[in-house]
Write a protein that binds this ligand. Sequence first.
Ligand code: ZN
Length: 159
Amino acid sequence: MKIAKDSVVRFHYTVSEVGQESLESSKDREPLAILYGHGNIIPGLETAMLDREAGASFGVDVAAADAYGEKRDGLSQRVPKKHFGAQKLEPGMQVVLQTNFGPRAVTVQKVGMSVVDVDLNHPMAGKDLHFDVEIVEVREATAEELEHGHVHGDGGHHH
Ligand code: ZN
């Protein structure tokens, strides 16, 4: 079947900044599973997947605006150091911070005695990205998955 709204899609991906080495890949772990058409992945990638079938491989360039958005100013925040646990912090480092909205990747800007300034922009914000994608499986979502808005089982949520 072809990928359409409410499909469950399992896929491998490799992402890089256009013209550069890969930043991240799913190849060394399980494929990612998403509920298609529900904004579970960046818009540019979702658009490029439409109508593809299992076994398809393709590459696509996604402009920053259709990926993680443009980098925004004024997204710095001062956070008590204790929120980072025992890890050693250095400017430029990317760490995952537990926020009220769930875990969030942030970039350390400045490390003080008791507080840390972080940039809340997504680490890939402002970057034009290239994705290489391999569609592993396409199936219809179950009623329960549609109700929850995410995939259950392999590569998805377990609860
Ligand atoms: Zn669920």
